[in-house]
Design a protein around this ligand. Structure first.
Ligand code: ADP
Ligand code: ZN
Ligand code: ZN
Length: 802
């Protein structure tokens, strides 16, 4: 008898356990843990993961499992164990974690084909089955009498592959693209010439004046709500043209990447890499914190350590924040390791992601460079794990399972006996404190590789500007420097801290701001559709013509901060060519890379953008960086506000003068005396660290304590308060005396989708049984949670206190 223990795809706490099924004879030889199966569950057939195989079960009656979906397991033994542990530590369901580890394509059932990969003779039965065809449907195989074992052997030998049908795979290879066919000047004239009635045509031309690059016709129609007819009309007038473009599955395939050689390391680099190499050699799971100023050559250290790992026949995982997965960063890895690199990021389609994942699974690559979830790459012999920009908050997942990639990395490093390297110019306080205590090993790079000075930073007090009568967003100094910079033919990066500005609609007379009727949050103004939308639920409405509160008709639109800056630049510095980079201009796939490419080809003088331009970019002619408002993040109700401000200012300053030309940074602020501004200006991480640690200590915040945020949400306000109160009370009775429980308090956004939200915060230093306590609380409300009347979110070590 063969029994499979299965975790089923029913995401409730009641079913968060294994179920036993009898394995049918035909699967006996091939079934292994980590495969997906379908099983009967109540009246339904559902998907599940085999986590264990055994000879007997304590159940008297077991059903047969229905079908084995994978011929080779999708999760390794190690990943199964890891999944269980992550589920426990984040109070998540096993099934949720397993799903998180896999590409989207494998989360549901797709039809599949068997594809022949070789001309070699397979076996008489298989030859009969394929009957000269390149591929057959999987059903044909299951209908035959050929054993799964035979198929599995062929798959393992690479002679046959399983091909999952993903929608994006069958998208046509040619796309219709639309592009302006006249100069921008001529387009503007055409705009003037068109009659008032030709509104759609005008919109389209306007769009191309703003975004001159070619765009897919389907996307254009969708974005503007226009029609193919409008495009056609403009084509006939010779204003735009259409052309066919091939779609590449590999987003980097059409750009040649230059091969690079290892640099000879500087003395500092050589010193820093030594212990990492030793750990790789001796298979030690050491954790290194590589603290190196921007431009100090951290990436070269990653590359050379990986080179060593590959030469030993091992594999490497490199995590980078999503936003720095720019073509520049990817190029550096592809440039050194060529086709041995898989790249995983959210810009890929489901099919592309699955392709990359499969390269890892089939050992066609030795290196993966990816965002957070790449930490689950199914490698089986990892030699190093690198986390670049380790302080970035994107490494923490914000919904279930709320894991931190660093914690998962450390756990995997222990299993694989390999080092972890955490790199940053501005390490998180948590990591730096651990390095100071010797938990992590500190490696320091204090100077830039080319011995180039760190750029000089000027702090401009915007209050004084205002008093002096300057009402623009640009201080006199920034304006003069921009002009001078352009005259020298050099380039400028302008950073706007997006959070300080928002895109809302306000009444000029009474100050009324339109809010979502279902969430306690202002509606966001969308310029293109001219509508107000809620970013927490799907609510949207037209922009009111009159103020709902005072009837006044002087409604003021606040476009995105960057849009406003762009408009203002056009007035004050009309000769400047500006590229704007924010969520609006980079929504289209690939546009991020295109904009950067234009900037690097010097098709613009100014790159204006939000946080996304602060990191990882390296342009040799950028000599001036302007920060428009340094302190807009400082006043958020978040104990990490100073840390984030310091990190952002340091990162963006690092964009200036990375090459021969020296760089200048101008930081505009209303709080010039704030320590996160002054220390960032002085490139002084250590003093910032000490100052901030004193603050954290005084207020008892991490790294001096650990935090847990428990959020309760319910449609009924009273019930939300009541449950939160009960939780506070229950916890207070069991935790140790040193632990503090704060709350219940309303969450920062006190209502989302008509559900009221309350929270409590646990601050603790040592609470070994906390997970168990929290599990008890979860199960105490299991009934209400299952019925979804009550929602309970438990976030261990939260980053967002909302
Ligand atoms: P970081 O990642 O610390 O910001 P980078 O790795 O981007 O720094 O290095 C900055 C620049 O120095 C890059 O252009 C890189 O190619 C170059 N570089 C790195 N190491 C060396 C070296 N040993 N010799 C010469 N140039 C180097
Ligand atoms: Zn009003
Ligand atoms: Zn809403």
């Amino acid at each position: 008898m063969k029994i499979a223990s299965v975790i089923v795809d029913v995401p409730t706490s009641a079913t968060n356990q294994t179920y036993d099924y009898l394995v049918p004879e035909k699967y006996h030889e091939i079934i292994t843990p980590g495969m997906r199966v379908t099983v009967p569950f109540g009246p339904r057939k559902i998907m599940g993961f085999v986590v264990q195989l055994k000879k007997e079960t304590h159940l008297s009656k077991v059903k047969e499992l229905h079908e084995v979906l994978d011929i080779t397991p999708v999760l390794t033994e190690e990943l199964l164990q890891l999944g269980k542990s992550v589920a426990k530590k984040t109070l998540s369901l096993y099934i949720t974690v397993f799903q998180t580890m896999l590409p989207q394509v494998l989360k549901s059932q797709y039809t599949k084909d068997l594809v022949r990969e070789t001309d070699e003779f397979l076996s008489p039965e298989l030859e009969d089955l394929f009957a000269g065809r390149e591929s057959i449907s999987f059903e044909e195989f299951t209908a035959s009498s050929i054993s799964y074992y035979q198929l599995q052997k062929q798959i393992e030998a690479g002679n046959i592959t399983i091909y999952y049908h993903v929608k994006s795979r069958i998208t046509k290879k040619q796309l219709t693209m639309v592009q302006l066919d006249v100069s921008e000047m001529r387009a503007m004239e055409a705009l003037e010439d068109l009659s008032k009635q030709a509104k759609k045509q005008k919109e389209l031309i306007q769009f191309f004046i703003e975004y001159p690059e070619p765009i897919e016709q389907a996307k254009l129609i969708q974005t503007l709500g226009t029609s193919a007819q409008t495009v056609k009309t403009l084509v006939s007038k010779g204003i735009v043209k259409t052309f066919q473009q091939e779609v590449f599955r590999d987003p980097y395939k059409n750009q040649p990447i230059e091969q690079t050689e290892a640099f000879e390391l500087t003395e500092e680099q050589a010193e820093a890499i030594k212990p990492v190499m030793a750990s790789i050699e001796n298979q030690e799971d050491n954790i290194f914190l590589l603290h190196g100023v921007t431009g100090s050559g951290k990436t070269e250290i990653y590359l050379q350590s990986i080179q060593h790992v590959i030469s030993k026949g091992q594999e490497a995982i490199v995590l980078v924040p999503e936003i720095s997965l720019t073509p520049q960063m990817v190029r550096r890895f592809k440039g050194r390791f060529g086709s041995s690199v898989a790249v995983m990021h959210s810009g890929l389609s489901a099919g592309e992601k699955y392709d990359e994942w499969r390269k890892i699974q089939q050992k066609q690559v030795q290196v993966v460079v990816g965002a957070r979830s790449a930490i689950f790459a199914p490698f089986s012999n990892i030699g190093i794990i690198i986390i670049d920009e380790e302080h970035e908050t994107t490494y923490k997942q914000e919904d279930q399972p709320r894991y931190h990639a660093r914690d998962v990395a450390i756990e995997r490093a222990v299993s694989h006996r390999c080092p972890v390297v955490l790199g940053s110019a501005t390490p998180s306080l948590e990591s730096y404190a651990r390095a100071k205590k010797g938990v992590y090993k500190l490696l320091t790079l204090a100077s830039r590789t080319n011995q180039q000075q760190m750029p000089s930073v000027e702090i401009v007090d915007m209050r004084k500007e205002l008093h002096a009568g300057n009402r623009t967003m640009f201080s006199t100094s920034l304006m003069e420097n921009m002009k001078a910079c352009m005259e020298r033919g050099e380039q400028i990066v302008l950073l706007l801290n997006r959070r300080g500005y928002s895109t809302f609609v306000m009444c000029r007379d009474c100050g009324h701001v339109s809010e979502c009727p279902h969430c306690d949050i202002a509606l966001t103004y969308h310029k293109n559709s001219h509508r107000l939308k809620c970013h927490y639920c799907s609510y949207e409405q037209a922009v009111p013509a009159h103020c709902p509160s005072c009837e006044s008709d002087s409604i003021r639109y606040f476009g995105t901060g960057t849009q406003r800056v762009e408009e203002s630049l056009a007035k004050l510095l009309p000769e400047a060519r500006v590229i704007r980079m924010d969520v609006d201009t980079t929504r289209r796939k690939g546009s991020h890379g295109k904009l950067l490419k234009q900037f690097s080809e010097k098709k613009a003088d100014i790159l204006l953008g939000t946080q996304m331009i602060a990191k990882g970019l390296d342009f040799k002619d950028v000599t001036l960086v302007g920060v428009l408002s340094a302190d807009s993040m400082l006043h958020l109700p978040d104990f990490r506000a100073s840390e984030r401000t310091f990190q952002l200012l340091t990162q963006v300053s690092g964009r200036a003068g990375r090459h021969e030309l020296t760089g200048n940074v101008i930081v505009q602020t209303y709080t010039p005396e704030h320590y996160s501004v002054t220390y960032a200006a002085g490139h002084n991480f250590l003093d910032f660290y000490q100052h901030e640690m004193a603050v954290r200590k005084a207020f008892q915040y991490p790294p001096f304590v650990f935090l847990v945020l428990v959020t309760v949400s319910h449609e009924n306000h009273a019930r939300a308060v009541q449950v939160t109160g009960e939780i506070v009370k229950q916890l207070s009775e069991i935790v140790s005396p040193g632990t503090t429980i704060l709350g219940p308090t309303p969450s920062t956004i006190a209502r989302i989708k008509d559900r009221y939200r309350y929270q409590c915060m646990i601050k603790y230093k040592h609470e070994p049984d906390l997970i168990n306590y929290l599990e008890q609380i979860q199960s105490a409300y299991a009934d209400e949670i299952r019925k979804q009347t009550l929602q309970l979110f438990i976030d261990m070590q939260p980053y967002y206190m909302m």
